[in-house]
Design a binder for this molecule. Sequence first.
Ligand code: UDP
Length: 236
Amino acid sequence: MTAYKRVLLKLSGESLMGQQEYGIDQKRLTEYAEQIKEITDLGVQVGIVIGGGNIFRGLSGAANGFDRVKGDQMGMLATVINSLALNSALTALGVKSRVLTAIRMEPVGEFYSKDKAIETLEKGEVAIFSAGTGNPYFTTDTGSSLRGIEIEADVMLKGTRVDGIYTADPEKDPKAEKFDKISFDEIYNRGLKVMDLTATTMCKENNLPIVVFNMDIVGNLKKVITGENIGTLVHL
Ligand code: UDP
């Protein structure tokens, strides 16, 4: 038995760099694909949003003199590159997946619609939602909240480099403690930075719980799916 039937998995672009300074680390990419295969083998329907921070971020582009909107469009295209890489890594393992893009760009990917997404999931294929929301001034976290809500996922699984949400940054404060569970309101009250506020609020208002967990430890995704108490659950 799995704890969830349909999930939206958010992968960070930055984690895809592995030990590199930039781009896609093949080993990390394969590890991600293998972990995803483990849960599709259990019959879980999986939608994925992957970030683009390993290639380009609109905000850092703007800091270097780029127009913000152009920079964000470059960031969205970066998420498409990562999505294609994941699509190809999944194919290599025999897992069928389809890239849906928030910006029209056939034949790179099919233009996103909720119907297409649900059809893909119900066929047992992985749906990779790329190009974020399709709009500048948003993030892939917001893209994940949006797609998670649209596909009526049971949960958003936010795969990160840390093993959950802490009272403070564990790398800076040795006294920082991890939460097993935390409510959306407590996140606001404590001013914790789990995701950007737009993304967090969308989840809260549409009752989409979030599990924050360390995706860089192989096997963790399956543990979350089978209901092991790892990471931090964000609830209403
Ligand atoms: N982005 C955007 N609109 C969206 C999603 C993403 O403009 O709906 C751009 C934005 O510039 C962002 C970049 O894409 O910096 C990469 O996404 P993100 O920073 O969320 O990636 P991650 O931090 O997860 O690697």
